[in-house]
Design a protein around this ligand. Structure first.
Ligand SMILES: *[C@@H]1O[C@H](CO)[C@@H](O)[C@H](O)[C@H]1NC(C)=O
Ligand SMILES: *[C@@H]1O[C@H](CO)[C@@H](O)[C@H](O)[C@H]1NC(C)=O
Ligand SMILES: *[C@@H]1O[C@H](CO)[C@@H](O)[C@H](O)[C@H]1NC(C)=O
Length: 434
């Protein structure tokens, strides 16, 4: 549940690596990844695992789910077959893969002639391991942003991992798919392998039916009456991504300037949302392995108090962990965008807001109870090198389209799709004609 830990990537070799990867990956790609599929984006299903509130992506050959980790640096797979492909020490690919190295994991230098080692990391419980760097076969469909078009498969660089590294991941998950901004993340490798822009669109489902991820740019359409294309509008509304100046952890940081409840700005301490350039702490980032947005206590407490005051007329219920403010479901009205409660505005760069209506701020925990869907970061939490002020979590991203551009270093987030009568589960997965 913590922020991803520090990595130490060697950005300088990224360009050389990209060229090398493109060549080595095409050489060993199965015949299905033909030249005619180049330049087409690919689409994959995204699932919510109810018991853990985590998300998986279906992109591995055979349809086995992998944990989707937006801030994760690497692709890894537990229990690699024996034998499996290895990557020689001393190559650029080896340097890149082994430099994604969590500080908590003992690092052993790679000796010439040996198989390259990588350091797979479990972002849910923070454990890591050392295992062989390898190539992993992935499979997806190309897409025009409306339907899947034709199947493709290809090999991407990743890591093997011991089976016990899967503990605390969703049942059935075989590994982790990292979608961070670092070299060797999936969007970065897809750019080189498929010759598409290093962009992706992510639409996390609220449960039940599958959501969707599209890598490589292009349009993005969801079924509605009539169907809606969302990518064009969002591309005109990009926000800058920030980098942690101290810890190059590959996470998607963004600037928040304040929070408001019911149009009233919440009194947070000056500079509470700032990213501290000296220490690398603070700031806001996006995390798919944090089920509910977590706020440092100097932000959580005033937000909690403001929301409490703004909802004082609504009958309370006993709190249900991990939440500390809950309501009787029967006391709440229901609107198209969720329970009828005052909006929370996250105030962003350029005077823009992300508005969180009831559908993004209140979660139903049982038949009778609905809770304020934010958590306070434990004050006693050992301060990770990069402990942020705000970890914007999965529930608050659900049923919105998120678009990331790794080259322009921008991103965009749509409003709650329920407001335009659709959801992330409305991608048309019926095969279309190419
Ligand atoms: C491609 O899409 C079809 C139709 O949705 C689906 O049956 C198939 O499993 C997909 N293939 C891959 C590799 O995801
Ligand atoms: C953003 O939210 C603040 C606080 O609710 C509000 O005062 C402001 O008008 C909003 N800005 C826009 C552009 O909607
Ligand atoms: C989904 O796509 C298929 C293939 O293009 C199309 O025939 C079908 O009508 C679409 N479904 C809906 C509900 O629009």
């Amino acid at each position: 549940m913590l922020a991803p830990e520090a990595m130490s990537p060697h950005r300088s070799s990224a360009a050389a690596l990209a060229a090398l990867l493109a060549i080595s990956l095409l050489l060993c790609a199965p015949p299905s990844a033909t030249a005619t599929d180049d330049h087409k984006p690919i689409v994959a299903r995204v699932r919510k695992d109810a018991p853990t509130s985590l998300y998986t992506i279906i992109i591995k050959v055979g349809g086995v789910p992998l944990l989707l980790d937006l801030a994760g640096p690497l692709l890894w797979l537990a229990n690699c077959p024996t034998p499996h492909r290895t990557i020689p020490c001393g190559t650029d690919v080896c340097e890149a893969v082994s430099s994604n190295h969590p500080p908590s994991c003992p690092y052993t230098a790679c000796s010439k002639g040996a198989a390259c080692a990588a350091y797979p990391y479990n972002p849910v419980d923070g454990r890591c391991a050392r295992d062989d760097a390898t190539t992993i076969t992935l499979a997806a469909n190309t897409t025009d942003g409306k339907n899947p078009l034709s199947p493709v498969s290809f090999r991407a660089v990743g890591s093997c991992a011991p089976g016990d590294l899967l503990a605390s991941l969703p049942a059935g998950a075989a590994g982790v798919a990292g979608l961070s901004r670092l070299p060797l993340s999936l969007p970065d490798q897809f750019g080189d392998i498929l010759k598409v822009p290093k962009q992706f669109a992510l639409c996390l489902p609220g449960g039940g039916s599958d959501g969707v991820a599209v890598f490589g740019g292009g349009p993005f359409q969801l079924l509605a009456a009539p169907p809606v294309e969302l990518a064009t509008g969002l591309r005109e509304n990009q926000l800058p991504l920030l980098k942690n100046p101290k810890v190059n952890n590959g996470a998607y940081y963004f600037r928040i300037t304040g929070i408001a409840v019911n149009q009233q700005q919440v009194p947070t301490p000056p500079g509470a949302f700032d990213l501290d350039a000296q220490r690398g702490t603070g700031g806001a980032l996006l995390s798919t392995v944090t089920p509910y947005t977590a706020l440092r206590s100097d932000i959580y407490l005033p937000l909690h108090d403001a929301f409490k005051a703004a909802t004082s007329g609504i009958a309370r219920a006993e709190p249900v962990a991990p939440f500390d403010m809950c309501y009787q479901a029967s006391a709440l009205t229901v609107t198209r965008v969720g329970y009828g409660v005052p909006n929370i505005d996250l105030m962003l760069d350029g005077g823009r807001n992300w508005t969180l209506p009831g559908g993004s701020s209140m979660v139903q925990v049982n038949d009778q109870t609905v809770c304020f869907a934010f958590v306070q970061m434990p004050p006693s939490m050992p301060a990770a090198a990069d402990s942020p002020a705000v970890i914007f979590g999965g529930f608050q991203m659900e049923n919105r389209l998120l678009m990331f551009d790794l080259e322009k270093e921008t991103f965009a987030l749509s409003g709650l799709l329920l407001g335009i009568r659709t959801t992330c589960s409305n991608f048309n997965f019926t095969m279309g004609s190419s």
